[in-house]
Design a protein around this ligand. Structure first.
Ligand code: CTP
Length: 325
């Protein structure tokens, strides 16, 4: 029967609202417990009923989850709690062997454990929750950006910030006010970077689509172009998030603002691309264009962005959500 073993299929569910590397690390660990990871993405209605409206609607959450390289398939509109019916569907229709969740308690509004049934039948496994990052924490960081914009609004936003930190036992530490990156205590080890990296052999190809190298700017570069409180995530956090994407082969951790001739030669770059949507396109004016060199070399291409969301869009949604509820 050698080589004919049925793949072990594992299931992890969640909201995956404003997807972050903590979610990616959970998916990575879940995948390591089996061969194929099937992810249940909870519906907008179920999230609203259990913890309030999500910032990112299901169709955006699905794009994010599907892009994570450890995900084999998704089940859209998954329920928040694993009922007996849904559990049987997972076992019988989806051939799931184990149901997986982080080691943080996951309670339903009535105080019961959302995974009690799966535990009872011995089909539950646990992974380690990633410290130092959560959707609540990211909301807090984003609100630091708007808080100081208008003095009359500041009361509003700090109460909003308190509301988001409420119940998560995690105060948003804004002692490092002046740079949004200082509130992060996250430091990746080289092992974590390797875990997130592709095991695929580095293949230096010259055609579009064979090898994608992503340059990630330093925190300093970003705050000098986008202003204080940016970036929302520090360089290490952003690097892990990008590395978790299935389409990315490698990242440059701390790429300069301008794409220089030197970089193009060193990394053997055959094409430089940028989307049509960005926070601020002013820099594309000729004298400031960071892509002037690749453009002059005829190796620059603009790609139509499939969605028009940016960090600012997300911040506006968070503030609007608060006003509506
Ligand atoms: N998870 C994790 N580490 C984090 C955040 C989430 O391991 N820092 C795991 C959860 O334990 C769960 C999965 O990611 O197994 C999906 O999480 P989700 O339902 O989105 O969880 P939340 O705990 O609500 O995440 P957040 O607080 O960041 O919204």
């Amino acid at each position: 029967r050698r080589g004919r073993r049925r793949p072990v299929r594992v299931y992890m569910d969640g909201c995956f609202d404003m997807m972050h590397y903590g979610h990616c690390n959970a998916l990575r660990q879940a995948h390591a417990l089996g061969d194929e990871l099937i992810v249940g993405v909870v519906s907008d209605d179920e999230i609203t009923a259990n913890k309030g409206p999500p910032v990112t609607p299901l169709h955006e959450r699905l794009i994010m989850v599907r892009a994570v390289k450890w995900v084999h398939d998704v089940i859209p509109d998954a329920p928040y709690a694993i009922t007996e019916d849904f559990m049987n569907k997972l076992f019988n229709e989806y051939n799931i062997d184990y149901i997986i969740h982080g080691d943080d308690p996951c309670l339903l509004p009535d105080g019961t454990d959302a995974y009690a049934l799966a535990k009872k039948v011995g089909r539950y496994k646990q992974i380690k929750r990633t410290e130092g990052v959560s959707t609540t924490d990211i909301v807090g960081r984003m609100l630091l950006c708007v808080r100081e914009r208008s003095a009359s609004d500041s009361h509003n936003h700090s109460s909003l910030q308190r509301q988001f930190s409420h119940g998560h036992g995690q105060k948003i530490d804004d002692s490092g006010s002046g740079s949004g990156t200082r509130i992060s205590h996250f430091l990746p080890t080289s092992r974590r970077i390797v875990q997130f990296s592709n095991s695929r052999i580095l293949r230096l190809a010259r055609e579009l689509g064979d090898f994608l190298l992503v340059g990630i700017h330093t925190d300093q570069t970003i705050s000098s172009t986008r202003g204080p409180h940016r970036p929302i995530m520090n360089l290490h956090e952003r690097s892990l998030s990008v590395l978790a994407c299935r389409y990315v082969d490698e990242v440059i951790i701390g790429a300069p603002w301008d794409v220089s001739k030197d970089m193009i030669t060193t990394f053997n770059i055959s094409l430089v691309v940028h989307g049509t949507i960005a926070e601020n396109m002013d820099f594309m004016k000729d004298d400031l264009n960071p892509y002037a060199v690749p453009r002059a070399m005829g190796i620059y291409r603009r790609l139509e962005s499939p969605l028009d969301i940016t960090t600012s869009t997300i911040i506006r949604r968070i503030v609007a959500n608060h006003e509506a509820y």
